[in-house]
Design a protein around this ligand. Sequence first.
Ligand SMILES: NC(=O)c1ccc[n+]([C@@H]2O[C@H](COP(=O)([O-])OP(=O)(O)OC[C@H]3O[C@@H](n4cnc5c(N)ncnc54)[C@H](OP(=O)(O)O)[C@@H]3O)[C@@H](O)[C@H]2O)c1
Length: 268
Amino acid sequence: MRLDGKVVLVTGASSGIGEAVADRLAGQGARVLVHGRDPVRVRRVADRLSATALTVDLREQGAVAELADQALAAHGSVDAIIHSAGVGWSGRLDQMPPDTLRTLLRVDLEAPVELTRLLLPEMLRRGTGHLCFVSSIAARTGVAGEAVYAAAKAGLDGFAESLRYEVSRAGVEVSVVVPGAVDTPFFERRGRAYGRRRPRQQPADVVAAAVVRCLEEGRPEAFVPTWLRVAGVVRVVSPAGFRRLSDRFGEQVPPRPGGGSGDSRDPG
Ligand SMILES: NC(=O)c1ccc[n+]([C@@H]2O[C@H](COP(=O)([O-])OP(=O)(O)OC[C@H]3O[C@@H](n4cnc5c(N)ncnc54)[C@H](OP(=O)(O)O)[C@@H]3O)[C@@H](O)[C@H]2O)c1
């Protein structure tokens, strides 16, 4: 897809990966719809890029329909969606507050599925479109302390893979971008800093470059960094060996004092 003049909705564009994607798209002449939850952060990015600001909290009842309506109203159609809005939570499942569990499933899985369902018919009618889902390596390998997050992202992966079979012949492309650790406020917001020296965190702009390549070249999948693909392959080829390595070298998750959502920037 050529990006010049295209209308691209980027969810979670008020921070991190989504913001970097919005930057790159605007730089290539796309008309970007900057979505986020915090009105100040959304406005700051939208103003900087001369883009449209859409502030919607995806946890709320009717929020996704409202976002779809606002997106269509901005320019009459949406050529592509980058689903980047997401939240994490780190800790043992037995300490996870029920509200946090619901928020993760809602924001990381249900909202992107519902938003896609609402905007897809118009893409199918026009015979063109691109749906890009920002997943996570957690979905492909499993990660201690992130069971619900990994499940939500794995659900998104399965959704994207299945949807591609439904829509590709009708001209709508589907891509999945699978990052490892990325240097954004994500970790601070999930309640536990990224504590490993390796693999090193990637800059958000490197993920953004992979997203833009998927759009421009119609690529179905991208890993960031690219060598991360090996982790998924090893897990499939040698599941027992992979589990042994994960047990030995993976992070152990200390109990959280008092649990908690860990979203220190949560405006809601
Ligand atoms: N950082 C990593 O290491 C990493 C690795 C793999 C995958 N990912 C995925 O990459 C995506 C982007 O994460 P990031 O690293 O860029 O994190 P981030 O900097 O924390 O950005 C998250 C974005 O999601 C938005 N968001 C969160 N909750 C929302 C809600 N209830 N309603 C509407 N918007 C909401 C935030 O909006 P506000 O800022 O306005 O609150 C923000 O724009 C996520 O899907 C994440 O799971 C991240």
